[in-house]
Design a protein around this ligand. Sequence first.
Ligand code: HEC
Ligand code: HEC
Length: 254
Amino acid sequence: MQLPIIVIIALMLFILTPCANAGDPGKSVYTQRCMICHGPGGDGKGRVTALPRVAKFGKLFTILPRDFTTGSFKFRTTPTGCLPTDNDLLITIERGIQKAYMPSNAGLTQKELKAVVEYIKTFSSAWQDKPNETVCKPIIVKIPSYVGTHESIAKGEDLWKRKKCWECHGQDGRGDGPKADDLRDNGDNPILAYDFTSCVSKATFSPEKAYLAYTTGLNGTGMPSYQDTLNEHERWHLVSYTMKLMGKLRSIGK
Ligand code: HEC
Ligand code: HEC
């Protein structure tokens, strides 16, 4: 009996797919949960090409899945220009990025999460080039007790003006500053500055995470690091002011 070709192909796929990934648990997780957006080659060209678009300033802004081949990551505990730690990646993958429509992977075991972290690192040679481990040491974060006080908020507001956060984020933090309609990421794609009144951020929802963003910068977005231009206390004052803009003071008991 001869089987129609379509049945043979279907059978081959059925037999081959599990075997192809059997040796690499990271690849297997990636194929099942990540490839659809981040693409087979990790370059962000998966089958999902139409993530929701936001219309602003008469343009459409698309949220694009990350291209891992560039080795550029936003949410890190390491200084600007550095690669993230394995744990930074693991936390992002486990939590997901709600605002960017990347689902949570809290259902995976730590072993599976670690395996997929290793797997996505194979997409860029940046990991083989070995970053300077002394320079790229994780930043330790301990929130001072003055964060969220009136005095700290006032100092933060002054820094917001002096450091020109408003040029991108707008005077009132609505993401509509004078430079906001012409920002591009490192892939030359139009990018929106964060609107502090939008209720949901990608990673800066706690004072600690906001402090990290101001210290490390968001690589690839044009949002700089302030580690060299603001001292530690000044960065915490900015946290106070921006927690106020986000309406999050109550979450830190203020
Ligand atoms: C529905 C689409 C989608 C799926 C599925 C998805 N992601 Fe993402 N992911 C995104 C988008 C969109 C971004 C870009 C977010 C941004 O830069 O604002 C992203 C960003 C990332 C980042 C970069 C974080 C940083 O610090 O810059 C990592 C790492 C990542 N994804 C890993 C994964 C892994 C691993 C999986 C599977 C377990 C996965 N993603 C599944 C859409 C997806
Ligand atoms: C050159 C323009 C520019 C300047 C100046 C700038 N930012 Fe940003 N910022 C951005 C862009 C673009 C994003 C969006 C990144 C993204 O969505 O991936 C962003 C994102 C953020 C986020 C949200 C990140 C998240 O979790 O979603 C915070 C908080 C923030 N900026 C605070 C500040 C503060 C405070 C200053 C001043 C000290 C500042 N920014 C200066 C462009 C800028």
